[in-house]
Design a protein around this ligand. Structure first.
Ligand code: ADP
Ligand code: MG
Length: 247
């Protein structure tokens, strides 16, 4: 069976500047990968390029998802195929409620009408996992949400949309200890519920405490410098990235 995600020699330009210089990454079904690296290494660029954000121009290499070449597919097509990116800085969208946003994303993705009653029931359950007040479903998407609430809204989308590959870009940054625990609980629920795969971009070990990590990757200056198991996260937290800078 083909790998779930197979990135080959990916080169990405942002505003005419090459940021990723030939990145390889393979993720299998059910695996959890951690992506670490100094600020400005290109981690968010990789997430955006994988999701097909048009600001990130793929100038070389290939992205295969479930064996299909999606290098030039638009974002909505990638979402339909089962890819999901949670944003480092989620946008506020006045005029559409969180509930309607998720229901419409779900209907677009599955191509099926979803009964409001069923949707509300499942949404209520997922919001309970995340300690979110149900009234948030009727509030405009992220408008006036605190940093922590925005991140929870991202994880709510993850639990409702059940993508086969989720990329979480610093979902834990800027959160207090309790919020990290809640977000981590949501991610754990996703990890357990299906054979979905995760790429977690993070600087901290806190979100990883209750998760099983299969592989850690270190990105420095747009290149993968090292790959290891879960223990690499601890090593980096003790020593920083200095071991990888001059390789
Ligand atoms: P990381 O997520 O690892 O901190 P980024 O991928 O955000 O790094 O950034 C890598 C480099 O690409 C930085 O030099 C950053 O300034 C540049 N970059 C990323 N996204 C954009 C963008 N949308 N517009 C301009 N420059 C960008
Ligand atoms: Mg980033």
């Amino acid at each position: 069976m083909a790998d779930l995600l197979n990135v080959k020699n990916l080169q990405v330009k942002v505003e005419e500047k090459e940021i990723l210089h030939g990145v390889d990454l393979t993720v299998n079904r059910g695996e959890t990968h951690v992506l670490m690296g100094p600020n400005g290494a290109g981690k968010s660029t990789l997430g955006n390029a994988l999701m097909g954000n048009p600001q990130y121009q793929i100038v070389g290499g290939q992205i295969l998802f479930n064996g299909q070449d999606i290098t030039t597919e638009p974002t909505d097509q990638r979402a339909k195929l089962g890819m999901f990116l949670s944003f480092q800085n989620p946008l506020e969208v006045p005029g559409i409620t969180l509930g309607n946003f998720i229901r419409s994303a779900l209907q677009q993705r599955t191509g099926k009408h979803i009964r409001l009653w069923d949707f509300k029931k499942e949404m209520k359950r997922a919001m309970e996992v995340l300690d979110m007040d149900p009234s948030y479903a009727d509030r405009d998407l992220n408008v006036g949400f605190s940093g922590g609430e925005k991140k929870k809204a991202e994880i709510l989308q993850l639990l409702m949309l059940k993508p086969s590959l989720a990329i979480l870009d610093e979902t834990d940054s800027g959160l207090d200890v309790d919020a990290v625990r809640t977000v981590s609980k949501g991610v754990e629920e996703y990890q357990k519920s299906m054979d979905g795969a995760l790429i977690i971009i993070t600087h901290s070990t806190r979100i990883l405490e209750s998760l099983k990590v299969d592989k850690t990757h270190v990105l420095v200056s747009g290149q993968m410098k090292a790959e290891g198991d879960a223990s690499m996260v601890d090593r980096i937290n003790e020593n920083g990235f200095v071991d990888f800078l001059n390789k």
